[in-house]
Every structure is written in structure tokens, then in C-alpha cells.
Design a protein around this ligand. Sequence first.
Ligand code: FES
Length: 226
Amino acid sequence: MLLPLTSTMASESETGAPDPGAGSTEARQGSERGRRRRQFLITATSTLGGVGVGAAAVPFIRSWSPSAKARARAAPVQLDISRLRPGELLTATWAGRPVWVLRRTPDMLSALEQPNLLARLRDPESTVDAQQPDYAANPFRSRRPEYLVLVALCTHLGCIPDFRPRPDDGPSGVPWHGGFFCPCHGSMFDLAGRVYKAVPAPTNLVVPRHDYVDAATVEIGRDGAA
Ligand code: FES
């Protein structure tokens, strides 16, 4: 434990501090004993403090050091998207989680800006910073509008939502523009992963860090150049 210096140092009377009669031989000897005792206490306290810091720091560092397995799991992955056709969804795994890459059609992109959809979304402007990198805080939630990259886990309790891309494929009785529907408790997301109002999921789906290595390859888990 780190001992506070002030609580360990002895008081003047305990250390033999000079009394008002200083000047006598006895008083000078007492003063010298006091100085040595203070020096000892300061040195001892500093050493204990150092030991305390060292002993406390090692387990702290160990507890925050990710294992090699964890580091490997979180390593970036590159996905070949060259054969992904417009409207298709690619599913892969990154950091132990399912991830999607959706290649959106022009119709899908224009649907994302329709006022009657935006009015039904909880966070159409992507204001919750933790849900996407800065470069995806835009109406399409992506670096390249054509491609959407998402962690495929519902932000309610982590189920994998269904991909329901067509307007006629939504939950019954709900005006639908295409998106993702979580059957566990009925949360709905549009084709940018933005959550609808009045559903259990509190936030938009997560856009992971990603970048494009070239026209045919997306890398997930790394920001790359902004
Ligand atoms: S886990 Fe998706 S709605 Fe509950």
C-alpha cells in the first residue's frame, strides 16, 4: 500500500526538535538526532511508497493486457467484395462477431432519404458517437454510399436480425422501405442500420471501423486514411 508521507513523518516533539534553550551541547545533540530520524523516516516512506506502487501496478497492467488470442480475434480482416452484386449481402466474422457488407442499389440509397422514413427513425443523423466512426456519421452511414458495413447484432440483446431488403417484405402492418428486422423482440432498422422509433433496440446498429484496400477489398477493423 502506498503510505502517505505526511502521515508517516514524526512530529517535531518526537524527533527531538530543538527546544527554546537551543545553543547548549545537549540541545545541539538532540537536534542532530532529530535530523537523522527525520531523514530516516523520509527515506523509509519513499521506499515503501515505491514498493507499493510497483506491487499494485503489476496486476493492473496484467489485467488490461489482452491475450494473444484476443488480439488475434480483433485483428483486421479483409473481405473480397468483387463478386457482391447490387442488393446482395455478404456475411463474415470479425472479432468474434458477425459482420455484414451490403451492396446497395440506387433505389435503396434513395429510399434512405425519404422524409416518411426519416420521421420514423430514432436517430436518423447518427448522433451516438459509439455506433459508428466519424466517417460513417452521414445519411448512408458508410465511407462509400454503395456499401454498408455493419456488425450484425441487434443493439437490444444481441440477436442477429433478418435481412428484409424489399419494401413488400417487412413486418406485417408496418410501412417498410427495406431493412433489417430482429425477430427476437421486433426491433427494426433501415438499410443504413438506423433504428426505428418505439422498438426495444435503443441505438442504430454498429458500423465497425473499416477501409477499402482497393476497389474489390474492404478491410474491417482498421480505419485507414480518413
Ligand atoms: S434482441 Fe433484437 S429486438 Fe431484442
